[in-house]
Design a protein around this ligand. Structure first.
Ligand code: OGA
Ligand code: MN
Length: 203
């Protein structure tokens, strides 16, 4: 049997893992090209907070604009195929029992971020594993916009630059995180692996 991939160890021990260069630059560029450029938000919708009838847009909590992936380009198909490989790996290695993935593009205008949160806060939330793939070119530390990762006590333990091709995986119920405001437009794909039979599209 093939050896389990290294990222499973880190995920099991720390609850998160950062994989720079996870996706090749040409595919990253093609995914980025699916988004409007130059400060144009056409085809994107403001992301909400909360669920169902409770859903609302709160600029103070999260400032991103989103579009769900539908697999309509070869690059989206390739990304979703690689998510499927991760799904099988985490089910084998960590017994997460996740059976499907949902993913959206996210664009944060300059100055916006996402306050510290868990991706699955309520017990009936079906999200178990979160993945974020960054689509930005030549991101510098001075640009801000890092993903900040916290421990359970709320202490910051890691900052990740949103550089194109980097993938971050973390346990949705356990790892508090935040998007720090950036000086530039910031693009990513966020994906969630879900267990079966619970309600979906929650935050
Ligand atoms: C999210 C999120 C992190 C990022 O969409 O829930 O936390 O770095 N995104 O974009
Ligand atoms: Mn999140």
């Amino acid at each position: 049997m093939a050896a389990p991939p290294d990222f499973l160890d880190a995920l099991a021990t720390d609850g998160f893992v950062v994989l720079p260069g996870w996706l090749e630059p040409a595919t990253v560029a093609a995914l980025r090209a699916e988004l409007p450029s130059g400060g144009n938000l056409e085809g994107l919708q403001r992301a909400g907070v909360g669920r169902g009838g409770e859903r609302r847009v709160l600029d103070s909590v999260r400032g991103d604009w989103i579009r769900w992936l539908d697999g309509s380009s070869p690059e989206q198909g390739w990304f979703l195929q690689r998510m499927e490989a991760i799904r099988l790996d985490v089910n084998r290695g960590l017994q997460l029992g996740v059976f499907e993935v949902e993913a959206h593009f996210a664009v944060y205008p300059p100055g916006s971020g996402y306050e510290r949160h868990l991706d699955a806060f309520q017990s009936h939330n079906p999200r178990r594993l979160s993945a974020v793939l960054y689509l930005n070119r030549e991101w510098a530390a001075a640009d801000g916009g890092e993903l900040a990762i916290f421990d359970a006590a709320g202490h910051e333990i890691r900052r990740v630059l949103p550089e194109g091709g980097t993938l971050v995986l973390f346990l949705s119920q356990r790892v508090p995180h935040a998007v720090l405001p950036a000086l530039r437009w910031r693009a990513s794909i966020a994906a969630w692996f879900r267990v079966r039979g619970r309600d979906c599209a929650s935050t």
